[in-house]
Design a protein around this ligand. Sequence first.
Ligand code: ATP
Ligand code: MG
Length: 419
Amino acid sequence: MIPRVRGTRDFLDLKLMNFTLETIKKHLKKYHFHEIMTPLLEPVALFKRSLGIETDVVSKEMFVVSSSSVEKGDEEICLRPEATASVVRAFVENGIQTVPWKVFLCGQMFRYERPQKGRYREFFQCSLEIIGAPSLMHDVQIITMLDRLFRSVFRLEVYALHINFLGCPTDRIAFKEQLGTFLDAHSTALCATCLKRRTTNILRVLDCKNPDCQKLYTQAPQLTDCLCTQCTSEWKSVQHRLEELSVPFVHMPRLVRGLDYYNKTVFEFVSPLLGAQSTFCGGGRYDHLVAQIGGKEDQPSVGAAIGIDRLILMLETMQDLLPIPFDSALFVIIPLSEEQHPLALQVADTLIHNGLHTELLIDGSLKAMMRKADKYGAKAVILIGTDEQSTGTVTVKTLQTGAESKIKQTDLAQYLKQG
Ligand code: ATP
Ligand code: MG
């Protein structure tokens, strides 16, 4: 047997997955987002340019496609690790003129990570973006929309919304200098990763998982203390609007997020129910990505990605509370001998044409077929023997009560629909 690739999964029951995706899509459409699709394959250069070369995703987690059809000199291709860069590419490449462009896409992402609970190499995200959204009221609306989705629609209770404000590029230059001075003064206490990030991607030190570093950084300068006048007032306004809309949040001064393109608002939804991989949705503002990816003019934008796998891990524990649609009643047709096979095929064809959920059993003994119908949770079996064949009828046996009735073949669909 050749097993599946590490960090990938087979999904043998899609009920919860489909319910989750359908519910998210319905919610986003209410806010006038529309669904798009972009390729799973993208040029490596797209992510190097947008996420940043020194980010974990680009430096360690890329699935670069190796294929004989990729000839020397061709662009390098990868399986997409995230979707924001693809959406921005699609915006620029398709010459979209009407902004705000409010779109979302759901699908697989690929990252070469160590597989564990809530972390896979092939996983699902629903990525939503507003391209051309200069006002920070869009940030407030996206955050509110997500909070309503998780709390009111999915009825999740045990989670928190973490927010921080990264300011504009000028603010970050000032902050990086202050942070650098702080790190240099404590360089002997830093872990190896932080020492490296000090020179490669200094903001990311704040994200360090090492408890000693985290303890030290509680004394580090804070980004929100380095904001210019305009950013200070925007940060205040984001917080006020969220309060007015009764969206509970916590300011996390060291939240920076892993990708380089963010500025101003960044946020994460986290839940202790998820253990170590606690973030199930993350997002923020990216004002300079459109120009960076090749747009003629910049389009300030904001977006988020919902980690579908982690959301489903949370929903799994409370499936009974969710309005997951029931399968409609199943009817199982059982011909008693080979002679009735052609008639059984026709009866099945008629029932399906009438919109009934129908299974036709052919193989095995009558006893085995009855057992199978029971296992399927069928509402009734439709038995067709020589007698039924010659009189133009079928025998309908209701499984729960065992009651049997003879019904004319021409009346069967109507009879089952009413029952
Ligand atoms: P993490 O902190 O888990 O590494 P991240 O910062 O790399 O997350 P983002 O790039 O912000 O994640 O992606 C948004 C969301 O997608 C995450 O919050 C998470 O829910 C989900 N996600 C990211 N990587 C994975 C993965 N390997 N497996 C499953 N879900 C993932
Ligand atoms: Mg990650």
